[in-house]
Design a protein around this ligand. Sequence first.
Ligand SMILES: [Zn+2]
Length: 824
Amino acid sequence: MPSLTVNEARTRAASIAVTSYDVELDLTRGDQNFHSRTTIEFRSRDHQETFLDIAPAELSNVRLNKQPMDVAGLRDGRLALRDLQDDNVLEVEALMAYSHDGEGLHRAVDPEDGQAYLYAMAFLPAAARIFACFDQPDLKAPYRLTVRAPEEWLVLGNGAATQVEPGLWTLAETKPLSTYFVTLVAGPYHSVRSEHDGIPLGLHCRQSLAPHLDKDADELFTVTAACFDEYHRLFGIRYPFGEYHQAFVPEFNAGAMENPGCVTFSDELVFKAPATDHLRAIRAMVVAHEMAHQWFGDLVTMQWWDDLWLNESFAEYMGYRVTSQVTAFTDVQVEFALARKAWGMAADQRTSTHPVAGNGARDAKEALTNFDGISYTKGAASLRQLNAYIGDEAFLAGVVDHLHRHSYGNATLTDLVQSWERASGKNVPGWADAWLRTSGVDTLACHLRGNGQAVITRHNGSPGDVSRPHALTVTRYDADGGSASAPLRITESQTVVPLSVNDTSSFVLPDSADQTWAKITLDAQSTDRAPQMLRTISDPLARAVVWGALREALHDGALDPEAYLTTLEQALPTETDLAVDVVLGEAPYSGALGALGRYFPAPSHRDRLADLADAVLAAAQLGSNRQLIAVRAVIDLTRDAERLHGWLDGAAPTGVPVDADFRWRVLIALCAQGATGDADIEAETARDKSAEGALHALRCRASIPTAAAKGRVWESLTTDAALSNYELYALAERFFLPEQADITAEFVDRYFAEMPATVRIRTGELVQRTASLVYPRYAVSDATVALAERCLGQADLDTGVRRSVSDRTDDLRRVLSSRANFGG
Ligand SMILES: [Zn+2]
């Protein structure tokens, strides 16, 4: 299907205006298909030909102004519309296919009880897989939905749902919405309901997750209520979409989607296993993020996908700000500095880096590949910089002005910049040029001069000639535990720190409150002293900045991996639970476990990390959050298979809950070591018949280091079109593993030869994400880079595959440069 171009969207928006959609869906037509009947009323301004978007299994009937149309005219998901009048009525009937890739109307069956659960994800270009539409963000219209479903089902959507007769539901007419916000949640979902400040609230999940949702419902409602109060205070506009439902749905590709009135979340956020405080904080932040979108994104929507970053940057900024200020998760900004920022920093240092404000993508698909760590984290950090530049009052006044001016409509970055300019009287366009229309990371390095002065040197990271101003805090930490801070504005390449540094043993940290977007580099002396400082600095946010500086040095090939590990050994045991979880964890850009086989290739590296995890475990209180973090790290890191077998056989550490999640985690680790196999996987599957168990079994099978097992998994990855998105990800993430190089060597070539062709059996996000997850990241060699370059040389390479191969190869080059400098 061709991707909608910006020119096509502009032409269509100039030509027509949509008055309303009536959508009737019949979900009682079996497991494969549903019936979709759409009536669109729209005006034509110029009577010019335009086109409808629809991607049916079978298009049965189309009538334009009561005249039947030839359905054979459907090409590539588009149907040309001619002979338009001022006011038109288009009626479209089609049989649609349920999806299993997380886009369109997704249908998942919970193996635990055999019940089917549906949710609609209409994010571009999937709306046309559900109903006939003009699928672009700036053709907003009100929707009236009618849904026929099995009688025992619950139906939810953007408008309040009423069951008018058994199995027949009508949803209240919505405010004007973009096509990509239209959702539907249908199935025998379990619900918990509440109310806050006149807003009806609902939480929903699969029946098998009911006890786990019930357990956390108070926490979720408390966060939701606090966020509503805060957004009402900040924006001065009441929540505009009626009821507010938060549905936790199966096999959801993203963390959540901000559908007005009915946000869908991945039901991995309903915690079956004991959850760490870290995970709870992230969930609260996601709740706050999606709520921010109800105003910024939903009430006012970007005109074209190229400004999608603006939605995400704003929601990311607000999500972290509001979570830290009005919920119990006050340390979430530390999580941003430690973990979230690492994701964006990696993205901003690749060849695919782009300005926060997009890079002029010609079509929607290209625009959406830039929906990355830059759009979220760098965008959010940029907004913090704007806030520092114009002040919080003007920042919020500009946002309020923007929301009022464009309510229920669409707007652009230029519109928002004008609102901020009016509110502040400052040169916001100039700020936007420096921060939003440039790419790359500035570097801030601090040097001590002999005369008691410290100087911060800024190296501009943008490829263009840009001088980006930084507003930040600089702090001096003294050997005796004292400290002094000062605000600082950096506009030149050299800036004198307004703090005296007479003691050469002082440690001067730029951006100690993590306010800007810059790489902080420590000089040799400060790097040597980092372990000591990480034990003495009391502010966890400042320590996160130090961890970030060390992490970036490691990735730059400027810090010896052995020295990084030594710092971990010396400083992590005294860190907070959050820092232990992130810095030791499995995330590829922030965690040591995630760097195994790459920056830490040697068996001794794994052993050092395992010993560290064991030390944290031994010191942790029984049953504590910290014990949970540590025991999971030990499982993932230890090479002691006998000990892990013992943990399955009743000898697990006291205080650790031996539940299904624990058992599967151990089994996955044992499978990766070749220390167990099919019989144990089958026994565990018989014990745990849940959807989560089925996915863990796939992870186990993908981890087994034999040619036969890897061959079978490869076959599934490259040829099995029937796998659901989650099944595919489970196999993909466990295919290439550290320390299995010999057994998977042949698949390095085959990845580049065969993965691009999966675009023939899969579509959308699935293709790009699988290409990224499977990439042979542990085959760290020039030969892999050469294979990748040859692959990227193919002119017909899918856009999503190209982006994944390019990005993972850039990551590989950085590991190669670390190895060139330090061996390994
Ligand atoms: Zn978002």
